[in-house]
Design a protein around this ligand. Structure first.
Ligand SMILES: [Zn+2]
Ligand SMILES: [Zn+2]
Length: 349
């Protein structure tokens, strides 16, 4: 076999020409002179193969990845080493150099290229949704038979801020679009349903209460039949707070704990705790707010009797001694609840 191009006959052949003639026109690296990439100017998401990928990666890293994605290495090359360098940034254009070394049938080949990576700024769909006031869920916070307290409002703000901040790392629609303060409560407009539910769960974990979801159809794409819903979630906080006195079935109790599963109360007659599930919430009746509970003092104490001052007419009021009253001392200020003309001291827990 001889090479039809140079006439040599003792060289290794690649196809029908010798290796030297083949290598004259051979490049093992292919890389475009100009590479354009699109990056969201608000959140730094990169448009990649039809998707916006949310990686808060630095600009340099975006450029290196763009180079990697655009370099093609020929299959006949072995043990290649590709070195990428950003020589300088000119505005949004990174001037780059690519150096490659590779092994072609025992010969070491070296190639060098200059290429520009241009970063085009755009707004990703998530950021444009946000800018246009998009929201998927409204949490309507209300308190049952009372107004929201300032403490509750502050705590709610804190919870919403913390949950959305945490969620934002993986959900760019985790934002509070609007907070509407109404006479009956506060409405929170939240970008994504998923993050709205996380907020709701954290609020219920803190305050308990009863929630109800009502989806409303806001638009329908006639051609695809795809329906877009917006969800209204009402969260009604209980009428009672920790320390309040309530009646539940045949028991009178002081509220000890409230969470998403139940309310825990201390029975003031039997000195035992009992719980109230949210399903039974409607059966709870308010007796006395914590701040309205009457105070009085212990006048005398004996192994069989405890005598207190009747807070209504300041006469002496006698009770049978109980184990629970043993820590009361003469002169102590205590809290009492009056049920059916009878006084019951509260035991601090
Ligand atoms: Zn040849
Ligand atoms: Zn964006």
């Amino acid at each position: 076999m001889f090479c039809p191009e140079c006439g040599i006959s003792d060289k290794e052949m690649i196809g029908n020409i010798c290796i030297d003639c083949f290598l004259k026109d051979y490049h093992f690296l292919e890389i475009p002179e100009n590479i354009k990439i699109t990056v969201c100017k608000h959140c730094n998401a990169k448009y990649y193969k039809g998707n916006w990928i949310d990686e808060d990666i630095p600009e340099e890293e975006i450029i290196y990845r763009a180079l990697e994605d655009n370099i093609h290495i020929d299959d006949m090359i072995e043990n290649e080493i590709i070195d990428l360098n950003i020589m300088q940034m000119r505005g949004t254009i990174g001037e780059c150099r690519v150096d490659g070394i590779g092994n072609f049938k025992g010969r070491e080949l070296r190639e060098h290229y200059n290429t520009n990576v241009q970063i085009k700024h755009a707004t990703c769909p998530t950021c444009s949704k946000r800018a246009s006031g998009y929201y998927e869920v409204v949490i309507q916070l209300r308190a049952d038979e009372r107004e929201l307290t300032n403490d509750e409002k502050e705590k709610v703000n804190e919870i919403i801020y913390n949950v959305l901040n945490k969620q934002f790392k993986k959900d760019k629609l985790a934002y509070l679009h609007e907070k509407a303060i109404l006479k009956e409560g506060i409405d929170y407009y939240i970008g994504s349903y998923k993050s709205g539910k996380k907020v709701l769960n954290s609020l219920k974990n803190q305050f308990g209460g009863i929630s109800k979801e009502s989806p409303r159809l806001i638009s329908e794409d006639k051609s695809t039949g795809k329906r877009l819903y917006r969800i209204w979630i009402s969260l009604r906080l209980p009428k009672y707070k920790i320390g309040d006195i309530v009646k539940f079935q045949d028991k009178i109790g002081q509220i000890l704990q409230i969470n998403q599963d139940k309310t825990l109360a201390a029975d003031i007659k039997k000195h035992q705790n009992f719980s109230i599930s949210w399903a039974k919430y409607e059966e709870v009746e308010m007796i006395e707010k914590k701040e309205d509970i009457q105070k009085t003092s212990v006048i005398s104490k004996s192994p069989t009797n405890l005598e207190i001052l009747n807070p209504e007419d300041y006469s002496a009021y006698d009770m049978n001694m109980k184990e629970e009253y043993e820590n009361f001392n003469i002169g102590d200020e205590i809290k009492v609840i009056k049920i059916n003309e009878e006084f019951f001291p509260l035991i601090e827990q």
